[in-house]
Design a protein around this ligand. Sequence first.
Ligand SMILES: [Fe+2]
Length: 199
Amino acid sequence: MKGATVTLYNRPPEVQNFIEVTLALMAELAATPEAKAALAGIRDGVKRVDPQTPRSPGRQPACAHLGAALAHAAQTPQLAPLCAALEAAEPHLEWTGEERNGLASGSYAEITLLGPGGHEERRDVWLGLSLLAPHVRYPDHNHAPEEVYLALSEGDFWRETSGWFTPGTGGTFYNQPSVRHAMRSGEAPLLAIWALRRV
Ligand SMILES: [Fe+2]
């Protein structure tokens, strides 16, 4: 790590700011009592900082769509501060996820800020974002923590209890623990943030 200083217990300030801006906005936009309760718990949880895993910041091929996705999101005034915070934090973050999810090259990338395999390894709260190139369907999956999504783009989401739905740019929704869910992009890239809490 020539020339780099690794401070194990500090999040980079830009990352800390992105976490705070994101969770505050998600709490504001959350539409249901379940989502609001989850976000209150997540905001409380992130006050504790766990050790930072040294990572290699960098992009994946699907990140070719990031600029377009952020430009679209920033047209929604409420989302503009979040987009600016993400642009500031992104150089500190490592995109991953394509191979692990068995998706074709250039179709998918994600950042896990907090959570298993993330920049901050922990199990109680997770926070990250997913970017899908146009016309990609992300596989069905589930996990024990409850989850709130914030859509930063158009695109469709699915859960086994309700089928496909389209929250729209700035839309939020709640997935109960262990429910199977998925997402798919249309003509435009899909960008979404996810925040999870173990219950
Ligand atoms: Fe999920």
